[in-house]
Design a protein around this ligand. Structure first.
Ligand code: UD1
Length: 326
């Protein structure tokens, strides 16, 4: 299949290109580093003829530094996707695989001992300042237990990046309905692996810790280090994109899938694993918090397994050992 990969020179996009080419697909790269911006309809018009599917990875990523980042998230991620979808319609490209994110859920899933499944609201500053990091039941205030979240959970975007990722999903669903095309949104969990960007305020925590260790400094773990995430290796994420391209999808709709390892770990455990792999210095739990952060977000990988035939293959221990020196 002839496939355009936007963000083809990026961390995840680059691995997807390699994976698709190894599987025999013909890849058309599209990347702002080559002067190609998804907000530029003319550039898309030059490269889309003959393309049968688009794998859309180009995005402004990360949590953002402050509110001055809002226009960029809206412009690159929301407007850029709108321009891309309109161009795909002009060129009768009927298949989209979209890089979405677990951040669309906000906090993960929780159960209250008294009230069953609940979705806690944003954490309160006074609680965070007092070191009370665990979310509480919105009905009775009791501490709640973290459980895996499935794709049908209600979205609750809590920062500009999350809002822009959810907007991308909605725009893709609009495009699918209008054109009869089909769209797959892959909600990536915490992606890590070789060529992960470093030394940027927009980097994920694994890259920050690796950079600190490489500089001989201890990784600094915020909160109490017991916040949970699902770390999924970028090679698995690339395979998920390949699977999404191959899986039959109902026309006119968008289907969303968690892309996760299914084996969550705490940030503290991740820091310890990376520090051990590099022979130190040891991680330090320093407390403190970032306002936009959620506490726990762990996912069910079952829908991706059932529908896309995708399961992550690279385990946490092996993945982190390789990543520590990549
Ligand atoms: C990350 C990405 C997000 C992506 C999502 C899924 C960033 C900033 N976030 O979200 O874009 O969509 O994965 O792939 O790229 N922490 C520390 N020490 C640090 C930095 C962070 O302890 O030096 C902690 C944070 O407080 C948080 C956790 O690590 O509890 C995860 O942080 P991070 O990787 O930045 O963000 P995610 O919310 O997991």
């Amino acid at each position: 299949m002839r496939v355009m990969v936007t963000g083809s020179a990026g961390f995840i996009g680059g691995h997807i290109v390699e994976c698709l080419e190894a599987a025999g697909h013909e890849v058309v790269g599209f990347d702002v580093r080559a002067g190609e911006d998804v907000r530029d309809g003319d550039a898309l018009d030059r490269l889309l003829p003959g393309v049968q599917a688009v794998v859309h990875q180009a995005a402004k990523v990360g949590l953002g530094v402050d509110v001055s980042d809002l226009p960029d998230y809206a412009s690159v991620n929301m407007y850029g996707t709108a321009v891309l979808l309109a161009a795909m319609a002009r060129h009768a490209v009927g298949r989209l695989v979209l890089a979405s994110s677990m951040v669309v859920y906000g906090e993960g899933g929780y159960t209250c001992p008294a009230h069953g499944p609940v979705r806690p609201g944003p954490r309160v500053v006074a609680d965070l300042d007092a070191g009370r990091f665990e979310p509480v039941c919105p009905r009775c205030g009791a501490e709640v237990a973290s459980v895996v979240i499935g794709e049908s959970a209600q979205a609750d975007p809590r920062n500009a990046y999350a809002t822009s990722k959810l907007a991308q999903e909605h725009l893709a669903a609009n495009w699918a309905r209008e054109t009869g095309g089909d769209a797959v949104a892959l909600r990536y969990h915490n992606v890590y692996g070789p060529r992960m960007p470093r030394d940027t305020p927009y980097a994920g925590v694994a890259a920050i810790f690796r950079s600190e260790l490489a500089a001989g400094r201890a990784p600094l773990v915020f909160e109490d280090g017991r916040q949970r995430r699902d770390f999924v290796h970028v090679w698995d994420v690339a395979r998920a994109n390949l699977a999404a391209l191959a899986a039959p999808a109902p026309p006119g709709t968008l289907a969303a899938f968690n892309i996760a390892s299914g084996v969550p770990h705490t940030i503290g455990e991740m820091a310890v694993a990376l520090a051990a792999a590099r022979g130190g210095p040891d991680a330090r739990v320093v407390g403190g918090y970032r306002l936009g952060d959620v506490r726990h977000i762990v996912a069910s990988p079952e829908r991706a397994a059932a529908v896309l035939g995708f399961r992550a293959e690279i385990g946490f221990e092996d993945g982190m050992k390789g990543f520590a020196w990549s």
